[in-house]
Every structure is written in structure tokens, then in C-alpha cells.
Design a binder for this molecule. Structure first.
Ligand code: GTP
Ligand code: MG
Length: 324
């Protein structure tokens, strides 16, 4: 990735988190940089993290970690505490593993309840990976809803990638099987599959997702499989209970948080990561085809808690020294 791309990615993350930053995290910055570090500050901070949709247990843990760091490292100023909190958040959401795209083909199954942004995310993923030089094929495994395949087809055309589809009501496991076979035969690197967000009942949906996963391996033993769970950031903490069910049944291996641009609840990323124990892989920051970014823990933490400009830093350091 060139310098300009890195800059663009940082800016997109920062723009996507604008509401989250201005509505909630700015208060956290203000609290930290305008007062001395004492119990009141920790209590305020905890409250603000909960308001910022980080989730109660996660907020408590983050503040405990900060308290430890302040003590162990002898931090005095709010500015130092802010830097420490930024780093704690970065470590908290850092993915421990890379996305597994090692297979031939690399299959990404995209799952999630209806309306969260699965189809749009698939189009964005196709666009992103095509841009990185991958040969990408899409599979329309949402055969439940009449217009789903057509919607994906429009996106596939826009992204300039081929699509494997079948008629309404067809077996989605058969669609993925065909797509993986076809990708293998034609030397495609990736297959990205759309799935239904709803079925007649929840058990039916979960069983179907499990069957699609098995079908991938049947079609190609060399295929790798990532199951990306799409969650809508607008629902914030509520997304978590829904997500837990999907994790169990569909074997999700990672998360995509969509609609970050439309909500002040971007703090939920931290709680989602904590509760699900799954890496955040991508975030959606708009409705356009290039509005998806690889999740970077560093960019995320810096966008939430931007560095204070140098002159303000000096003022708060002075205040800290005077109070100490
Ligand atoms: N602002 C914003 N809107 C998004 C984002 N991602 C998706 N959307 C919008 O969310 C709506 C639903 O997106 P879809 O991709 O159709 O959602 P889906 O999960 O496939 O929905 P079903 O197929 O009905 O289950 C659309 O209007 C998208 O434009 C995002 O990152 N930001
Ligand atoms: Mg869809």
C-alpha cells in the first residue's frame, strides 16, 4: 500500500468515526486532559465509556487497565493518561490473526441478519480485492428472497466481477458448490458468497449456513473459509446478543461492522470484540462501493482519541505539574 493509500484509509476511518468522536469520545478527551488523575476522573471515564456504547464490563476493564498503567508507569498528566488509554484501546481491538485467504480458492462467506449490509459489503469486498489484483467471483447464496440475486448481480457488474447464481428457492449449498468448482476450474483466487438474512425460522437459517460451509470443502479440499459476520453499528451493543447466536451456529471467524458513518455508537466495536472474541476485519463507512476499509486497530484508536495538538499538550502538562 502506497503512502497516499495509507493516508486515504486513515482519513476514511476518521471520517467514519466522526459522529462517535464528536458525540462521545471528545468528552473523554476533555475529561482526561482537563483534570488531575484521581478516583473522580476514573469514575467519570467509566461512565463516559459506557455512554459511548463500549459496554459496561468492557468499560470497567479498560479503566482498570488504565489505573494499572498510571500506577506502574508513574503517569502524572491527563495527556499521558490519554495516550495510555489510546494504546489500551488499540491493543484491545488488535486482531491476533490475519484473515485466512490461503486457500485455492479463498472463500469468504458473509452472514448476518437482514438489512445489516451483507450484499453491499460483498460488493465492496469484491471491489477492494479486485483492486488488489485478485480474481474474484461472487456467489448468490441468498436464494430465499426474490430480488436478492438481481441486487447482487447489479453490484457484481459495478465491481466488474462474475457471479454464480441460481433461481429463487434453489439450494444455497448447491450454489456455493458450483461457484467454488467454477472458481477452481477457471483459476479464480476468491469466492465471496452472499447469504440470506432471514428464513422461515432461525434454526433453518443456522442449519443452512452450516450446510453452505460444509459444501465449500466438498467442492474443493484446498479451499480456505472465512465466515464474516456483518453487524450494523447503528444497533450498537444490541448487535452483540444477535451476534453470539450466529457465532455459535455459523462458526463466524470475523466481524464486519457496517454503517459506522451513520452512528455515534462506534464505541461498540470495542465491546463487540471483547464479547465475541472475534477479530474485526472490515468496517463500512458509507454506501458507495469504495466505502469499506480494512480494520486497523491503530487507525481506530487514533480516530477515537486523536492526539491533542502540541500547544494544548503543553498547557495540560503544565496544569498537571502544578497540581502534582
Ligand atoms: N451509511 C451506510 N449504509 C450502509 C453501509 N453498508 C450498507 N449500508 C446500507 O444498508 C442498507 C442495507 O444493505 P444491504 O447490503 O442490502 O443489506 P443486507 O444485509 O444484504 O440485507 P438483506 O439482504 O435484506 O438481508 C442499504 O441501504 C445499504 O446502502 C455503510 O457502511 N454505511
Ligand atoms: Mg442482501
Amino acid at each position: 500500500m502506497g503512502f497516499f493509500d495509507i493516508f486515504k484509509k486513515k482519513k476514511k476511518m476518521s471520517d467514519g468515526l466522526e459522529k462517535t468522536r464528536t458525540d462521545f469520545f471528545q468528552n473523554i478527551v476533555n475529561t482526561l486532559t482537563s483534570s488531575v488523575i484521581d478516583d473522580d476522573l476514573y469514575n467519570d471515564l467509566e461512565e463516559q465509556l459506557i455512554l459511548a456504547d463500549v459496554g459496561p464490563s468492557c468499560a470497567v476493564r479498560l479503566v482498570d487497565e488504565l489505573r494499572d498503567e498510571v500506577e506502574i508507569n508513574g503517569l502524572h498528566t491527563g495527556q499521558e493518561a490519554l495516550d495510555a488509554l489510546r494504546d489500551i484501546i488499540r491493543r484491545e481491538v488488535s486482531p491476533k490473526t490475519d484473515l485466512d485467504l490461503s486457500g485455492k480458492p479463498a472463500v469468504i462467506l458473509v452472514v448476518g441478519v437482514n438489512g445489516v449490509g451483507k450484499t453491499t459489503t460483498i460488493a465492496k469486498l469484491a471491489y477492494l480485492y479486485k483492486d488488489l489484483g485478485k480474481r474474484v467471483m461472487l456467489a448468490a447464496c441468498d436464494t430465499f428472497r426474490a430480488a436478492a440475486s438481481e441486487q447482487l448481480e447489479t453490484w457484481a457488474d459495478r465491481a466488474g466481477v462474475p457471479l454464480v447464481k441460481a433461481g429463487e428457492g434453489a439450494d444455497p449449498a448447491a450454489v456455493i458448490f458450483d461457484a467454488v468448482k467454477s472458481a477452481t476450474a477457471r483459476g479464480y483466487d476468491m469466492v465471496i458468497a452472499d447469504t440470506a438474512g432471514r428464513l422461515h425460522n432461525k434454526k433453518g437459517l443456522m442449519d443452512e449456513l452450516a450446510k453452505i460451509s460444509r459444501s465449500v470443502k466438498k467442492a474443493s479440499p484446498d479451499a480456505s473459509l472465512e465466515v464474516l459476520l456483518v453487524l450494523d453499528a447503528i444497533t450498537g451493543q444490541n448487535a452483540i446478543s444477535q451476534a453470539q447466536e450466529f457465532c455459535r451456529a455459523a462458526g463466524a471467524t470475523g466481524v464486519v461492522l457496517t454503517k459506522l458513518d451513520g452512528t455515534p455508537k462506534g464505541g461498540c466495536i470495542i465491546g463487540v470484540h471483547e464479547k465475541l472474541g472475534l477479530p474485526i476485519r472490515f468496517v463500512g463507512v458509507g454506501e458507495k462501493i469504495d466505502d469499506l476499509i480494512f480494520f486497523s486497530a491503530t487507525d481506530f484508536a487514533e480516530a477515537l482519541l486523536p492526539e491533542v495538538p502540541q500547544h494544548k499538550k503543553e498547557e495540560t502538562e503544565q496544569a498537571g505539574e502544578e497540581q502534582a
